[in-house]
Design a protein around this ligand. Structure first.
Ligand SMILES: Cc1cc2nc3c(=O)[nH]c(=O)nc-3n(C[C@H](O)[C@H](O)[C@H](O)COP(=O)(O)O)c2cc1C
Length: 230
């Protein structure tokens, strides 16, 4: 798959068949993470692959549901439907209900592999802290995106979840279950599996000029198509 096609067609997959991915394919996906960039090539990422431990996958699903219902359950539909502007009207109430109940986020249990990506601020002897905000979570994010594209290019699906690790108590529970030492912090999870069905293109993205500014903040970048002929 051409890289531009991969970028345009990658989606969050939240529905897996539960089938296993051949080991060679999974290894290709994992290997893609190694090629992500990192400061001074320090590769300060560690990934724990949960594949055989179904009970743990179910635990991750359950805390994702719990976190999602906390986040979305307290938001009024009227407010949240604005955030779901890109969905067709007929799908919006159902999707909101799955978000509110948290059921949309139970998918790790049906994934073949749930990857827990961890970053560290105390990776080497620098007198300055390499903050997760600028380093650890970013390098893990880059590794995760490489795996996401690799999975997509091989015809599998992947979904990123912050829910299992986005709150200190839940993060601690995950650390406890998989034995993460105090110097490392889970910052992302990626569930990889065989998608139940392909997803449509989208959700649509903001146009170039609304997210790129030219030379100064707020000055919209002008797309080639809108430039006057010289
Ligand atoms: C930092 C980050 C956190 C995210 N957290 C979650 C999450 O907890 N659960 C989930 O199912 N998707 C999560 N997503 C996926 C986004 O919802 C998704 O990428 C976005 O809606 C665009 O859809 P697409 O990936 O299909 O293009 C997250 C994505 C990012 C980059």
């Amino acid at each position: 798959m051409d890289i531009f096609e991969a970028i345009r067609t990658r989606r969050s997959i939240r529905d897996f068949t539960g089938e296993r991915i051949p080991d060679e394919d999974l290894e290709k996906i994992l290997d893609a993470a190694r090629y992500a960039p990192s400061p001074e090539n320090m590769q300060m990422w560690r990934y724990v692959i949960i594949r055989e431990d179904q009970e743990l996958k179910e635990f991750i699903s359950a805390i994702s549901k719990n976190a999602a219902s906390e986040v979305f359950g307290s938001a009024a539909y009227e407010l949240t439907q604005g955030r779901l502007w890109y969905l067709p009207d007929r799908n919006r109430p159902g999707t909101f209900e799955d978000m509110r109940s948290g059921d949309l986020f139970l998918y790790p249990k049906d994934a073949d592999a749930v990857i827990i990506g961890c970053g560290s601020e105390t990776f080497h002897d620098s007198p300055l802290i390499y903050e997760l905000e600028y380093f650890g979570s970013i390098v893990v994010g880059m590794g995760i995106l490489n795996m996401w594209f690799a999975a997509h290019a091989l015809g599998y699906g992947a979904g990123f979840q912050a829910f299992p690790i986005m709150e200190p108590r839940r993060n601690e529970l995950i650390c406890e279950r998989i034995g993460v030492p105090r110097t490392w912090v889970p910052v992302a999870t990626l569930s990889i599996g065989v998608p139940k069905k392909p997803r449509m293109m989208g959700p649509s993205r903001f146009p170039l000029e609304s997210v790129f500014y030219s030379e100064r903040w707020g000055n919209p970048y002008k797309r080639l198509a809108f430039r006057e002929e010289e």
